[in-house]
Design a protein around this ligand. Structure first.
Ligand code: PLP
Length: 376
């Protein structure tokens, strides 16, 4: 198969998976079967191992894309009379705010421009000013831009105020450190098809056990009730409702490879090398990153689009795709950008190959002026 017919996905999920992970989906499982339920149990244990949450936390898996698990976490952990503070510096923070509104949880936001990190001091002030806030919902890596938020600092502030913390760690889990022994949280949400390099289709929420025990009856929804899922799984070893069996089997295989590679340090290290190679490679072609290096997570990078009138994203995308790489559109309303992911199962040649594809694309499109700043 040529690379152009199976391009490398430089996207934040679904992402490029290994042959072994895809091969794990080539059989069918019965949801009652004890072999299958052992796979579920193993995934739950291994996920806890990644955050050092064994003994203190529970991993509750849930069918659906990542957002389903974020919504389930808010709905299950925040009581109906709860009040959620969302420090908002991007699209995924705004999604959490919308979830709170839809679920009828009281909402307060601290709004930032998208090129700024959330500040722990601002969260501290907001919690001090409003004792009715019961929970903070933080996005760890804001995938809309690629900005890394200071999770540990904020977690310590929230704990000091005695409030709850829910973390959307979708695009950081498994690559950037989250250590439950050092970073207090009530819930961390992630999914199969991101840094663990499984296929999309399920999420999981790591909940502090003492919190989860008190969550009965909070949820607005039957299918999204993590407390009910947890109790049922504890009693039966099974998922409530049909599990995404192939996705579960693929995630199990992906986690095996994750630990073979060397776990968090190795995965995060590989993405960081990808990120450095990407930023320096595209900088050599004149591209500028949207974020300052100091707040850039090694997960996904937003670049300013070329200033040249010959540029349009659709053609750029198609030309790069022809050469074997899938880019990602920008998510900003004010400035024209595109994004490139650093995550997924591709070798160290992946990023240099993508940079070469972009260079050829610029030539093919006749784009001379990548950035006005670079010419000046
Ligand atoms: C991917 C992602 C999600 C979930 O998105 P889905 O499309 O529902 O899988 C949520 N938050 C962040 C930060 C993400 O990167």
């Amino acid at each position: 198969m040529s690379q152009a017919s199976h391009p490398i996905l430089l996207t934040p999920g679904p992402l490029t998976t290994s042959d072994r992970t895809r091969a794990a989906m080539l059989r069918d499982w019965g949801s009652w079967d004890s072999d299958f339920n052992q796979i579920t149990a193993r995934i739950r244990q291994q996920v806890l191992r990644i955050v050092h949450g064994e003994g203190t936390h529970e991993c509750v898996p849930l069918q659906g894309s990542g957002t389903f698990s974020v919504e389930a976490a808010i709905g299950t952990v925040v009581p109906r009379g709860g009040h959620v503070l969302v420090p908002n510096n991007g699209a995924y923070c705004q999604r959490i705010a919308r979830i709170c509104k839809v679920l009828g949880r009281e909402l307060t936001t601290i709004d930032y421009t998208e090129d700024r990190q959330v500040s722990a001091a601002d969260v501290d002030r907001a919690l001090a000013a409003d004792p009715t806030i019961t929970h903070v919902a933080l996005v760890h890596c804001e995938t809309g831009t690629g900005v890394l938020n200071p999770l540990r600092e904020i977690a310590l502030v929230v704990a000091r105020h005695g409030r709850g913390l829910i973390v959307d760690a979708m695009s950081s889990f498994g690559a950037l450190e989250i250590d439950a022994r050092k970073t207090p949280f009530d819930a961390v949400v992630a999914a199969s098809g991101k840094c663990l390099e499984g296929v999309p289709g399920m999420g999981f929420v790591i909940v502090r056990r003492s919190t989860l025990e008190k969550c009965e009856g909070n949820s607005h929804s039957l299918a999204m009730d993590l407390h009910d899922q947890w109790v049922y799984m504890g009693k039966t070893t099974q998922w409530r409702f049909t599990p995404p069996t192939h996705v579960v089997a693929a995630l199990d295989e992906a986690i095996t490879q994750y630990f073979e590679e060397g776990g968090l340090e190795a995965r995060g290290g590989r993405y960081a090398r990808n990120c450095d190679a990407l930023i320096s490679g595209l900088a050599a072609l004149g591209f500028r990153t949207y974020l300052d290096a100091a707040i850039q997570a090694p997960i996904i990078v937003t670049f300013h689009a070329p200033d040249d009138p010959k540029y349009d994203f659709k053609t750029f995308y198609q030309e790069v795709k022809k050469r074997g790489y899938i880019l990602y559109p920008g998510k900003l309303t004010q400035v024209e950008t595109f994004r490139v992911g650093c995550m997924g199962h591709f070798g160290e040649a992946g990023i240099p190959g993508a940079v070469a594809a972009v260079a050829e694309t610029l030539k093919a499109m006749g784009i001379r002026q990548v950035s006005a700043a670079a010419l000046a």
